[in-house]
Each structure stands twice: as C-alpha cells, then as structure tokens.
Design a protein around this ligand. Structure first.
Ligand code: NDP
Length: 241
C-alpha cells in the first residue's frame, strides 16, 4: 500500500481531471481514475492507479469503483467531483435532452461522487471534497442557461456541505475556472454559440492550461487539514468577467 492517501477523480480522461490526476500521481498519491473512455484512462499510464469505466450518472458504479480502490490503497482522502459537460446553446432552440444531460452529469453526477465518500470522511474526521463549478456558477453568461444552472447548483450545495462538514473536519473546496484549454468545447453543438465563444476566447488571447488549475488544487489539498481554501477562482488574466 502506498504511503500517501488515495485521491479519486471523476472525468480523469481529459482536461482538468486528467491534469489533476497527473499532478497528484506525481506527488506520490495512488489515484482512482474514473470516466467513460477507458482507453484514455489507460493511456495515462500512472503508477498505483485504479482505473474504472464509470458514468457518473450511475451511483452504484461510482460506489463500486471507490470500494475497489479503497481495498487496494486505503480510504479516499480527496474526491474531485470534476466530470461535466457544457452543451452551451440558445435556450429556445436547444433540445431539452441537452438540458437533461447537463443536469444529470453536472449536478446528480457530482452528488453521486460526494455520496460515495462523504460518510467515510465523516467517520474518519478527515477528507476533502473538491467540487467542480465554474465562473458560470457565480454569474450568468449568454447561451449558458442550463450550464449556469448546474454550476450554481454546485456552488449552493458546496456552501451547504461546507457548513455541514466543518465540525467533522472535512473540507469542501469549490473550483471556479474561467476559460481553460480542454476538450470541453467539443460538447457544444450549437454552431453560433460555438463561434461566439471562440471569438470571445480569441479576443482575450486564449485560455490557460489545465495544469495551472491542477497545481492550485494540489496546493490547496496540501495545506494542513485545519486550513481550507474555500474557493479557487482562476481565469486568464485578460478574462475580465
Ligand atoms: P473535458 O471535456 O476535457 O473533460 C470532461 C471530463 O468529464 C472528461 O474526462 C469526460 O470523460 C468526463 N465526463 C463527461 N461526462 C461524463 C460522465 N457522464 N461520466 C463520467 N465522466 C464524464 O473538459 P474540462 O476538463 O474542461 O471539464 C472538466 C470540468 O471543468 C467540467 O465540469 C466543466 O464544466 C468544468 N469547467 C471547465 C472550464 C473550461 O473552460 N474548460 C471552465 C469552468 C469549468 P469521458 O467522456 O471519457 O467520460
């Protein structure tokens, strides 16, 4: 068994989740990697990694993956509830199936991830929940209607969880990035929305690397358990809002 605690990451197959899995692995942690694209998780080729094909909408699948990883590496000390999709689009034209997908993955998926580890953390009086929101969880943006709704949900739940878990010495950290260079735009099907987003992104000189977000999460985790960075708001310098 590795000496550092186990770190669980949903959406570890690309972008911010992948960068965070790499950062914690490099810091010597065993990692539980979850996503739907198994080939991408395997390609990371990280040591002490437990790899599970998990759709975060499947509560039992997350719980099963956590149980398997904990049997090998001890309790999960940090859950990064990161998996998410951004089906940005004009709300009046958007098929409601896209709303369902965002709501199911970005809100219920996050809660399924929390559920898999929360009581263990309470019992141990130790642990960290890292909740993936967005600056779109702080204010609204055009064509982000349901996406913003899901991220406002994450902010609200995180605030409530932080209050609830504080007496149990469990930390709840919200991550609120601006424009980060990942595969997230692959999920935008509305071509007008996509070209507007890309134009805004180009106008500020582009996004920033997922490694920057990953390093901030690692730094926040490494603080003594008595100290908490309650929220990480990280944007490109030129992104004013
Ligand atoms: P990516 O598209 O690169 O990564 C998304 C990850 O989520 C992938 O690993 C994907 O894996 C996983 N995922 C999506 N749906 C599911 C599902 N149903 N079950 C399990 N895993 C799933 O984008 P990002 O890294 O940018 O996105 C990560 C998070 O960051 C999201 O919550 C996003 O909303 C948030 N965010 C991103 C910002 C950005 O500018 N990039 C800004 C603010 C927040 P797979 O498809 O293999 O299942």
């Amino acid at each position: 068994m590795a000496s550092k605690p186990l770190i669980a990451v949903t959406g570890a197959s690309s972008g911010i989740g992948e960068a965070t899995a790499r950062a914690f692995s490099k810091a010597g942690h065993p990692v539980l990697l979850m996503a739907r694209r198994l080939d991408r998780l395997e390609a990371l080729d990280l040591p002490n990694a437990v790899i599970r094909q998990v759709d975060v909408r499947d509560r039992a699948a997350i719980a099963g993956a956590v149980a398997d990883a904990e049997a090998a590496h001890g309790p999960v000390d940090m859950m990064f509830a990161n998996a998410g999709v951004a089906r940005l689009g004009d709300i009046a034209r958007q098929p409601p199936e896209d709303w369902d997908e965002m709501i199911d993955i970005n809100t219920k998926g996050v809660m399924n991830s929390v559920h898999a580890v929360m009581n263990g953390m309470i019992g141990r009086k130790h642990g960290t929940l890292v909740m993936m929101s967005s600056i779109a969880g702080r204010k609204v943006y055009p064509d982000h209607t349901i996406y913003c709704g899901t991220k406002f949900f994450v902010h609200a739940v995180s605030e409530s969880l932080r209050e609830y878990l504080a007496p149990h010495d469990v930390r709840v950290i919200v991550v609120s990035p601006g424009i980060i260079d990942t595969e997230v735009l692959d999920g935008v099907r509305d071509q007008t929305t996509l070209s507007n987003y890309k134009a805004n992104k180009a106008a500020i000189g582009g996004g920033i690397s997922a490694d920057i977000v990953a390093d901030l999460i690692l730094n926040a985790y490494q603080l003594p358990q008595r100290a908490i960075v309650q929220e990480i708001v990280i944007t490109p310098t030129r992104q004013k809002y």
